[in-house]
Design a protein around this ligand. Sequence first.
Ligand SMILES: CC1(C)[C@H]2CC[C@]1(C)[C@H](OC(=O)c1ccc(O)cc1)C2
Length: 228
Amino acid sequence: ITKEQQALVKSIVDAYNRHQIPQDMTKKLLQEQYSAEENFLLLTEMATSQVQVLVEFTKNIPGFLSLDCEDQIALLKGSAVEAMFLRSAQVLSKRMPNGYTEVLKERVRNSGMSEEFMTPMFNFYKSIDELQMVQEEQALLTAVTILTPDRPYVKDYQAVERLQETMLVVLRKLCVLQHPQDPQYFARLLGRLTELRTLNHYHAEMLTSWRMNDQKFTPLLCELWDVQ
Ligand SMILES: CC1(C)[C@H]2CC[C@]1(C)[C@H](OC(=O)c1ccc(O)cc1)C2
């Protein structure tokens, strides 16, 4: 890894760690007993906070702010769900010994999220947990997800692709260094990104089913997902 690449990793990891969802939120989600209504409000708070954290992290990705402004918005809107699931998978799997996953499942289930979205979501959490990523890998994988060039409405595809390529080159080297015994590790990481894309579909259905029950989202989430 070159000096320059080391600096890149350091700035991305610092940004990733600087912007975390407040610990007390996950604790609240796991501790007190809530009604479905209160549960949904907690998830709304969690999602809104995750989006704010995502925006701050993205602004610190070297080169992102030099992209076309409209493309910056297109990348954020196109990757928010994936980045949110990736971040929550990394946070929950790290902070929650196994017993807790059941509690989270319970909370999310009785927030009105139907079973059909829970399964793929928790399968994804499990597959992320199995990778046991180090924080450099987590931060870079999130940056790679955000810098996906084929999002809707992206104009300068090449500029985004170049940035993503830079991240992928570094991530690949890190994986080889970090997991010498597992030459397929980098490929498995990228395989998670494919699984992540399928969650976009489930998330859209999730939002629709919540809206059916007249649940209210925050203005930030409405703007991000063009709802209401
Ligand atoms: C952990 C998760 C990624 C999983 C369950 C909570 C999340 C933060 C996310 O919630 C929302 O997207 C969401 C959207 C709108 C809303 O009002 C509430 C939650 C889905």
